[in-house]
Design a protein around this ligand. Structure first.
Ligand code: CAA
Length: 259
């Protein structure tokens, strides 16, 4: 496995775990950390042994945002020409396999945005979500105003983005931002369990399911439904569809091959 300084990576069965590891800065997402994260995601996505990827931080912080000290003196021409936040941060959105965020502690600014780029968020009881960029004289720059609004609606998104108020795990679950809340010490194990379940399924079906759900964020209902129908029909070309349906009829567990 590649050498990284700001993240830790490991495999548990067929699930890859990426731990953001800059504790002295509450996992502030500096350029180096985001480059390492992008590299790890690309390499796990390309590895046929990997069925799903979990991203986590520490118990105190998933990530407290983009690195304020690193960006404070940047100029407009520099951030524009570098497409700051753009390419470097979008790596998660190009991963074909499911990516699960296991969030404990602070997920603020870019940390909340990174979690929202993942396919599913599992939160610890102590998780806190927020977009406090307005306190710094800026606004969210990695999709916060867009993904948060789509996830929890205008009323709460405006509340968070305009006031910098943090939302706890219970409110985040009520609002539809996160999939599950678990005791803080169990958040990584729970996310890994979701990954292990996914690892038993048909990989083409999993990849298409993820693509179809994500399509709901990108397009109209009519286009999305058409995309879903074509994708559903295409899965009849896989051996796994034959196996999955035969196994049901024969009252046995399916043994998917295209994993
Ligand atoms: N960037 C750089 N350093 C950060 C950081 C950040 N986003 N967040 C925390 N740190 C550093 C602190 O400066 C501190 O370092 P020192 O010990 O060297 O002073 C260390 O991490 C510990 O932080 P605190 O002492 O502040 O810890 P706390 O428990 O008192 O407070 C906190 C925790 C409420 C999360 C507070 O650290 C905080 O408000 N952080 C900033 C949150 C923020 O504004 N995030 C948005 C960033 S902008 C952004 O993300 C843009 C975008 O859309 C991409």
């Amino acid at each position: 496995m590649a050498e990284y300084e700001m993240i830790l990576t490991e495999m548990q069965g067929r699930v890859a775990l990426i731990r953001l590891n800059r504790p002295q800065a509450l996992n502030a997402l500096c350029d180096q950390l985001m480059d390492e994260l992008g590299q790890a995601l690309r390499s796990f996505d390309a590895d046929p042994e990997v069925a799903a990827i979990v991203i986590t931080g520490s118990e105190k912080a998933f990530a407290a945002g983009a690195d304020i000290k690193e960006m404070q003196s940047r100029t407009y021409p520099a951030v524009y020409l570098d497409d700051f936040i753009g390419k470097r941060w979008e790596a998660v959105t190009y991963v074909q396999k499911p990516v699960i965020a296991a969030v404990a502690g602070y997920a603020l600014g870019g940390g909340c945005e990174l979690a929202m780029m993942c396919d599913m968020i599992i939160a610890a009881e102590n998780a806190k979500f927020g977009q406090p960029e307005i306190n710094l004289g800026v606004i969210p720059g990695a999709g916060g105003t867009q993904r948060l609004t789509r996830a929890i609606g205008k009323a709460k998104a405006m509340d968070l983005v305009l006031t910098a108020r943090m939302m706890d795990a219970a409110e985040a679950e009520r609002s539809g931002l996160i999939a599950r809340i678990v005791p803080t010490a169990e958040v990584v194990a729970e996310a890994m369990k979701v990954g292990e379940k996914i690892a038993t399924l048909s990989a083409p079906a999993v990849a298409v399911a993820k693509e179809a759900v994500n399509r709901a964020f990108e397009t109209t209902l009519a286009e999305g439904v058409k995309f879903e129908r074509r994708a559903f029909q295409a899965l009849f070309a896989t051996e796994d569809q034959k196996e999955g349906m035969a196994a049901f009829a024969e009252k046995r567990k399916p043994a998917f091959r295209n994993r």
